[in-house]
Design a protein around this ligand. Structure first.
Ligand code: GLU
Length: 417
């Protein structure tokens, strides 16, 4: 993993690569490559033993031309200003790729949640929400889960915001528990879009995902659901990993049993009947489909040269460095970009927000049907653009589609005063 690659620079490079195919005013392009504003703050929080601990926290609002800023909140020791800026930019182009009426934002707190009690994490989350209060709201900026956050944290965000504002406004945050205004199907949504675009990608290449062997790097919410749904489609999941290591079984792993093992022991390592692998073994494994579902920069140029998979579907945000992208293009590995592949999460966040505003709950079937429609339509637009413009990669094609949408909204907004 190449730590030295700055994800913000990678994101800007991806926009530039698409912009060369579009005639964009340089001033407008500059605006579309940089966040509108970034909050950087220090939270002071009382620990269970009475000590005060401080945490660096961020929220980047990248672009709001197409709607309220939208994007998750990450709890991870590696969170920093440039990472949050990059992730917020990817949200802009992700929402535009699937054509939902949101801009992009992202937040994070530099902390490893495994080192804190639930009470401590609740106080951290409430302190963070207090800092966010002037910035967020169902028409302003709508946080959601990301790495190491989920329904519990989103319920705290909602409760803190509603208490401070003396109102009920469930649409201020998405990814809530269903009983607290969340949507059916939201937890599975990211993994579901990964599985849908995997099926479409094999179809595009003249194959069938049902015949595929799969390796999944990262076994959080996106990774495990993708593994489970790919298995439902007939694929064989032969290797999975998390930060503690990788496991493999050529006959296929049972994704649900591995998830239960991780819940009980804290990691996928030691799963009965499976062999142990390194992270690199997993990424270069002899499989048909590789799903990086962990963090940025998981696959650099060095690893890309040894990737055996024919298709990579990016469940994580930014898992390939730009150099890795170039090598994979040369090697004719088809990469389905993050801004489409993992867009199921924010798409169902949009459905959740719509349900909150209407105070009307959809069935899980309706959520999944609408998600299928949104993701397959975006995939078809990607392919049309890729072929019509004779572009080099699917990533370029998806960015061309998304950048055109954001650019039009930015130009129509004009410059004021
Ligand atoms: N954190 C997720 C992402 O990176 C979901 C964001 C959302 O639902 O707003 O797409």
């Amino acid at each position: 993993m190449s730590e030295e690659v700055n994800p913000f620079e990678s994101m800007q490079e991806q926009i530039d690569d698409a912009a060369v195919h579009l005639d964009i005013d340089p001033g407008v392009l500059e605006r579309l490559k940089n966040p509108e504003r970034v909050l950087e703050t220090t939270l002071s929080v009382e620990m269970d033993d009475g000590a005060i601990e401080t945490f660096r926290a961020y929220r980047s609002q990248f672009n709001g031309d197409r709607g309220p800023y939208k994007g998750g909140i990450r709890y991870h020791p590696g969170v920093n200003r440039d990472e949050v800026k990059a992730l917020s930019g990817w949200m802009v182009y992700k929402c535009a790729a699937v054509d939902i009426p949101f801009g992009g934002g992202k937040g994070g707190i530099a902390l490893d949640p495994s080192g804190y009690s639930a009470d401590e994490l609740e106080r951290v989350t409430r302190a963070y929400t207090e800092e966010l209060r002037p910035l967020i709201g169902e028409d302003r900026d709508i946080p959601a889960p990301d790495v190491n956050t989920g329904q519990r944290e989103m319920n705290w965000v909602k409760d803190t915001y509603e208490s401070l504002e003396n109102t009920t406004e469930p649409g201020v945050v998405t990814g809530k528990a269903v009983e607290s205004g969340g949507s059916e199907g939201r937890v599975e949504a990211t993994g579901r879009s990964v599985a849908i675009v995997s099926r479409e990608a094999f179809d595009y290449r003249g194959g069938d995902v049902a015949d595929a062997t799969v390796a999944v790097q990262g076994y959080g919410n996106a990774g495990w659901v993708a593994a489970d749904l790919l298995e439902d489609m007939g694929a064989t999941v032969v290797a999975v990993s998390d930060s503690s290591g990788a496991i493999h079984d050529p006959d296929g792993l049972d994704p649900v049993a591995v998830k239960d093992h991780k819940r009980d022991t804290g990691s996928v390592a030691g799963f009965e009947g499976a062999g142990a692998w390194t992270n690199r073994d997993l990424l270069t494994a002899d499989v048909d489909l590789l799903v990086p579902a962990a963090l940025e920069n998981a696959i650099d140029a060095d690893i890309a040269a040894d990737v055996s998979a024919d298709i990579i579907v990016e469940a994580a945000n930014g898992p390939l460095t730009p150099d890795a992208d170039d090598i994979l293009e040369e090697r004719d590995v088809l990469v389905v970009p993050d801004i489409l592949a993992n867009a199921g999460g924010v798409t169902v966040s949009y459905f959740e927000w719509v349900q909150n505003r209407q105070r009307f709950q959809w069935t899980e079937q309706r959520v999944n049907d609408e998600l299928e429609r949104v993701v397959t339509e975006a995939f078809d637009e990607l392919v049309d653009t890729f072929e019509e413009r004779e572009l080099g990669t699917f990533r370029e094609a998806m960015y061309v589609v998304a950048l055109q949408r954001v650019r039009r909204a930015a130009e129509q907004s004009g410059v004021w005063p």
